[in-house]
Design a protein around this ligand. Structure first.
Ligand SMILES: *Cc1c(COP(=O)(O)O)cnc(C)c1O
Length: 382
């Protein structure tokens, strides 16, 4: 006889009813999903070519266009999280040897470099400190010097809490034949964002941050010019799953062609999340994020804590707080979780061990959450 457990034993041990703690997710994402979004997620799936589902896709496209302030016909949700949409952007635009200029002021700039290198781009980077943003002069100098095919910037650096101002960048890019690519994962619906007015050609996002939807989809939009670049590629897109020349035949308005089965329920959830954005109104939603973040900043100051990022470029969706000398940041975060079911996060890369990261995104951007966190933080710290 062997000591190995039988298949039946393994099964009995593994499966118990899900028992989840009621966490308040005030870290860099995921954020708590809105109850209406969760209800939508629980609706019965229908076919991915069902006429009703095709209607839902059109609604998702329309609502995304509103949320991003763009008229781009190609505005879809990529199957996968924000990183899938990020990779789709580069995979579809980059051919071997293409010049891609990337601004690095945090973790996600590095991720863009890693991804672009896998599609054999000629990568040029320019950098600033984690927590700072680039000036228009710095960006202009880099574009003028290199005249790249793509300039990539992170609008909301979740690793640092800094917002990259984008006014004027699009004009510089146009003059030099450069496409502007921006990461809007932590800004979409939480921070003022005007893709068309700012001359952005390529943008992607994720569902689980300010959209208050579970992780699982990556919104993606391509300008008509970017679509032309895709159509005129000399080489096929080197990623079958993320090949937008094929995926567009499913998301387009002509006869729908099967590529892969859409995550049906996630698209119900995204549609509901975007409807909530439209019901509230973008400007009111941006203002809510700002007001609630200011309440947090004032409360942190009262506790004697210091924010890492200058106020003019501080993101309302993600605040980095300097960990005071003599305090172990990880212990404090663990205590908040254990005693109060509140999740916050520590720093990444250059800011590891130096800051806490506090997210106030989407459904969570509410005064009562700020008051609860401040009270809990005070208990744990003093
Ligand atoms: C979260 C995040 C991503 C990646 O999204 P995933 O959903 O984790 O794949 C990319 N960029 C930024 C700025 C992010 O905050």
């Amino acid at each position: 006889m062997s000591d190995r457990p039988t298949v039946q034993d393994t099964y009995r041990k593994a499966v118990k009813q899900l028992d989840l703690p009621p966490r308040l997710l005030l870290g860099p994402g995921p954020s708590n999903a809105h109850p209406r979004v969760l209800s939508a997620l629980a609706m019965p799936p229908i076919g991915h070519l069902d006429p009703k589902y095709l209607e839902i896709m059109e609604e998702v496209k329309d609502l995304l266009r509103y949320t991003w302030q763009t008229a781009n016909p190609f505005t879809i949700s990529v199957s996968g999280t924000g990183s899938a949409a990020m990779e789709a952007t580069l995979a579809n635009m980059v051919e071997p040897g293409d010049k891609v200029l990337i601004g690095i002021n945090g973790y996600f700039g590095h991720r863009l470099v890693d991804m672009a290198s896998r599609y054999d781009a000629e990568i040029i980077t320019f950098s600033t400190d984690w927590g700072k943003a680039f000036t228009l002069e710095e960006i202009t100098a880099a574009v003028v010097q290199h005249e790249p095919k793509i300039l990539a910037l992170v609008h909301a650096e979740t690793s640092t809490g800094a917002r990259q101002p984008l006014e004027g960048v699009g004009e510089v890019c146009k003059k030099h034949g450069t496409m502007l690519l921006i990461d809007t994962v932590t800004s979409l619906s939480g921070v003022p964002l005007f893709l068309d007015a700012w001359g952005v050609d390529l943008a992607y996002s994720g569902t689980q941050k300010a959209l208050a939807c579970p992780p699982g989809l990556g919104p993606l939009t391509l300008s008509p010019q970017a679509l032309e670049v895709l159509t005129n590629r000399k080489t096929p897109v080197k990623n079958w799953y993320l090949d937008m020349s094929m995926v567009s035949k499913y998301w387009g308005t002509g006869k729908r062609v099967y590529h892969h089965t859409a995550p049906i329920n996630m698209n119900y959830a995204l549609r509901e999340a975007l409807m909530l954005v439209a019901e509230e109104g973008l400007e009111a939603r941006w203002q809510r994020h700002q007001t609630v973040a200011e309440l947090l900043w004032a409360g942190l100051e009262d506790l004697g804590l210091q924010c890492h990022v200058d106020r003019e470029i501080r993101l309302p969706t993600l605040t980095t707080v300097r960990i005071p000398d003599g305090v172990d940041g990880a212990t404090v975060a663990a205590q908040l979780m254990k005693d109060y079911n509140i999740e916050i996060a520590g720093g990444l890369g250059d800011l590891a061990g130096k800051v806490w990261r506090i997210g106030l995104m989407g459904y969570n951007a509410r005064a009562e959450n700020v008051m609860l966190l401040l009270a809990a933080l005070k208990k744990v710290l003093f």
